[in-house]
Design a protein around this ligand. Structure first.
Ligand SMILES: [Zn+2]
Length: 341
């Protein structure tokens, strides 16, 4: 494995970094869609975050990386192993699996070997990218260029947390829970609303416009490439601190309280913006709770809601023919109307 740029050393891009961290704290928030210019370090950021996260405990024999601590999520193979034998476990880095454009369906879902199944009677299955992404991140560069049938398939799996492979009367299922991270260029093809809705967050990254920031980005990149070991060592303390914060945030997440007034404000905000369905509200609440937990707060406040609202909602707005301001502007305006009135 090559050297990975430390997450803490990424300059700026705060909205993207926070969205990735919150998705890592609570996977149920949903994936992250990153819009922006090429060369703004989108792929670096996701790899850096995965490398920073605590390693996962997995069942050593399992091809899907089942979590020994959560039997309810186990695959068929892990369930069918006799209970008497002690389970061997090992630690694995959190996977980041690339889903290349033009990928075949077999490579994504895995391949059932029909001939072997017929001749030997066992289900021969070659796991695909979804199996490798279980409990980690599935990264799609330029998700807007992905073929529709692959998109539909991903949406089904992301919703159910399970990959079901069926071929000529044979079927096999295995857990596939992952955080979808997609990048898109708003100028290259529209994203379907069903796909947009599936992402918890959408964030925009831009090439930094001020001199100081640009100089710092290039300085750090150069210094990393000159001597990656030294650079990583220099940032290790900050990465450790962040890892600690994420770990604590995960463990206290379930105890963070959300009062009814916050739920009402979330609902009101979504109503005022006219977002379709209830997924926006659900995401908003979960994201605000993950943020409260990350900030070591016992209770979700207005401030948490306000901070996550733009990235949780901006991709869920219907186009308004009477209002051509950008979606970020519309969300900001609705927030200010609701909270500052
Ligand atoms: Zn398993």
């Amino acid at each position: 494995m090559g050297m990975i740029f430390p997450f803490s050393a990424i300059v700026g891009q705060d909205e993207m970094k926070l969205a990735l961290v919150l998705a890592a704290i609570d996977q149920t928030v949903g994936g992250v869609l990153v819009f922006g210019d090429r060369g703004t370090g989108k792929s670096t950021a996701i790899r850096a975050l995965a490398a920073l996260l605590p390693k996962m405990q997995v069942i050593a024999e399992c091809r899907y990386g089942c979590d020994p601590a959560v039997p309810a999520t186990h695959c068929e193979e892990c369930r069918s192993r006799p209970n008497s034998a002690p389970v061997k476990t090992k630690l694995m880095p959190v996977p980041v699996v690339d889903l290349p454009l033009g990928v075949t369906e077999d490579r994504v879902v895995g391949a059932l070997d029909l001939e072997r199944a017929l001749s030997s009677g066992v289900k021969a299955f070659e796991p695909g990218l979804l199996a490798r992404a279980n409990r980690g991140f599935l990264y799609i560069d330029e998700v807007n260029l992905l073929e529709d049938h692959i998109v539909d398939l991903l949406l089904d799996v992301a919703a159910s947390g399970e990959n079901l492979v069926e071929r000529e009367g044979l079927s096999l299922r295995h857990p596939a829970r992952f955080v979808l991270v997609g990048t898109g260029n708003p100028e290259e093809g529209e994203l379907r609303p069903q796909l947009l809705d599936r992402f918890g967050f959408s964030v925009e990254v831009k090439t930094p416009a001020d001199l100081q920031t640009r100089v710092e980005v290039v300085r750090r990149r150069d210094s990393f490439e000159q001597n990656p070991e030294d650079f990583i060592a220099k940032w290790e303390k900050d990465d450790d601190k962040l890892r600690q914060r994420i770990t604590s945030a995960r463990s206290r997440l379930a105890t963070v309280e959300i009062g009814d007034p916050i739920r009402e404000q979330a609902a009101q905000l979504c109503m005022n913006l006219g977002t379709d369905g209830l997924r926006g509200e659900l995401t908003l609440i979960r994201a605000a709770r993950a943020l409260a937990s990350f900030e070591d707060c016992a209770v979700v406040t207005d401030a948490h809601l306000r901070q996550v609202a733009p990235s949780a909602l901006r991709h869920r707005l219907r186009r308004n023919p009477l209002d051509d301001s950008g979606s970020s502007v519309r969300v900001e305006r609705a927030i200010s109307e609701l909270f500052d009135a």
